[in-house]
Design a protein around this ligand. Structure first.
Ligand code: ADP
Ligand code: ADP
Length: 231
């Protein structure tokens, strides 16, 4: 579960058709692998993630999950298969529970607690007076950047998705929160196919493969060996 494949993907933004963002990009991630998507700014990394979540659709080629073209998938099913953490946590004025469950009635408090544990957010949530019912944002308590991002990670895994997309998930944080969020991301990505977009080289230490995007195509696919996987 969670195999991702880009096959000869061509994409341009309709309002900027003269610039091909992806121009025949092909790469894949096997189930459970962690792949780093790297390349110069503007090469199409975030766009590739948007193609996976169907924020955008490729004009040519296919983006598939478990051999099914994502454009053929039911959008609700796709949302549950793919969790996403971006640079900004994008929480709204509401309780922690509401921010993780996003109004899905199938999400129980137990599921929220479980995903907060996975995201290493359980500790500080327990310390708040009303726990998961603490109001956050302008109407309530201010969380630190790292705490907010851990709530965002809990939201990303609450449906236990086979795929996790991390788009600069630690870029906006100070060094101290970055370490804590990095640990949370490692825990959250366990057992999931994970696509990482990051600039810092340290993030690439733990990946299985590096996909380099340049001029709309995949320039290089390095296999990274580490720990027990070393040959
Ligand atoms: P990366 O994540 O690799 O930095 P992006 O995927 O964000 O790159 O962007 C690729 C290119 O597409 C950039 O040149 C960017 O300016 C452009 N772009 C991004 N979003 C849009 C949009 N909505 N409309 C037009 N161009 C866009
Ligand atoms: P940018 O990279 O242009 O600054 P953002 O990183 O803020 O853009 O967000 C990219 C887009 O992804 C936004 O339009 C946001 O609404 C959308 N988005 C956020 N979460 C999801 C999701 N789970 N699935 C699909 N799209 C999402």
């Amino acid at each position: 579960k969670g195999k991702i494949e880009f096959q000869n993907v061509h994409f341009w933004y309709p309002n900027r058709a003269e610039k091909k963002i992806l121009d025949g990009a092909s790469w894949k991630a096997d189930s459970g692998q962690t792949i780093a998507l790297v390349g110069p700014s503007g090469c199409g990394k975030s766009t590739s993630i948007g193609l996976l979540t169907r924020l955008y659709e490729a004009q040519k080629g296919t983006v598939s999950i478990d051999d099914v073209d994502v454009t053929m998938l039911n959008i609700h099913a796709l949302r549950k298969m793919v969790g996403i953490v971006q640079q900004e946590p994008n929480l709204f004025n509401g309780t922690i529970f509401e921010n993780v469950a996003l109004g899905d009635v199938s999400i129980t408090e137990e599921k929220v607690i479980h995903s907060c544990k996975i995201a290493n957010a359980d500790g500080f949530v327990q310390k708040l007076a009303n726990g998961y019912n603490t109001l956050i944002g302008a109407g309530g308590i201010q969380l630190s950047g790292g705490e907010k991002q851990r709530i965002a990670i809990a939201r990303a895994v609450v449906h236990n998705p086979p795929i996790l997309l991390l788009d600069e998930a630690t870029s906006a944080l100070d060094a101290e929160s970055e370490i804590m969020v990095q640990t949370a991301l490692k825990s959250a990505s366990k057992g999931r196919t994970t696509i990482v977009i990051a600039h810092r080289l340290s993030t690439l230490r733990d990946v299985d493969k590096i996909v380099v995007l340049k001029d709309g195509m995949v320039q290089e696919m390095g296999i990274v060996w580490h720990g027990s996987k070393a040959p």
